[in-house]
Design a protein around this ligand. Sequence first.
Ligand SMILES: Nc1ncnc2c1ncn2[C@@H]1O[C@H](COP(=O)(O)OP(=O)(O)OP(=O)(O)O)[C@@H](O)[C@H]1O
Length: 238
Amino acid sequence: MSEQKVLIDCRDAALGYEGRPIWEHLTFQVRRGDYLCIVGDNGSGKSTLLKSMLGLLRPLSGEIRLDESLRRGAIGYLPQQTRAQKDFPATVSEVVLSGFLSARGWKFFYTPAQKSQALQHMGKLGILELKDKCYRELSGGQQQRVLLARALCAAGDLLVLDEPVTGLDPAAADDLYRTLRYLNRTEGMAVVMVTHDIRSALRDAAAILHAGRDQWFLGTPREYLASPYGKRFGGDLS
Ligand SMILES: Nc1ncnc2c1ncn2[C@@H]1O[C@H](COP(=O)(O)OP(=O)(O)OP(=O)(O)O)[C@@H](O)[C@H]1O
């Protein structure tokens, strides 16, 4: 068992709306350096869980406890992109820097430290040369990198991603996964990702949480493949 700091501690939680639970008796932890993929059919409750993890939806019972830094807003969140966002008329730098908005408080300008951090994140994600370009003129893969750099500005130890490769071609998707592996393995960031890409979940995740209609399953990729949920995919880990 990892000795890393616990970021999210979910204990016997029931999650849902108007008193009707979608998840029941949900218990799991996310620690620094974890890589958790949340999978399951459409409508099975994945977004409901993300909203609860982000503190946007209160559990019906039980509790989801967030580490102090997360409660102060240090969560890098990459939401599903809407069409309107794809057409956002701002430069790449402006979009990346907006990741600091919640930390900026009453100030009107970004601090030199924030500007330099934003440049570092852009460098790390290979988009530095795009910094003065207009966001809406970029490819889908480049846009996701910009949004990831933006999420890193807000992130402390945790990145939360909602179907991040939707609409990307296989090469761009692989690029994004490689970057996430780097952030996870080299920088120790915890990654929590909702995904329909079961192959990448089996390859990269340390744990898979399956949202089922009546019950959920949590285990390693190997345990998942041996479970009734994973057997459906009939794949292997090679
Ligand atoms: N605000 C809400 N109020 C009431 N019910 C909701 C609300 N949001 C979602 N639901 C219901 O909760 C259930 C789970 O929805 P959720 O969006 O969490 O599923 P999902 O697994 O993320 O689906 P998808 O893969 O399609 O994104 C669905 O039956 C949905 O209709």
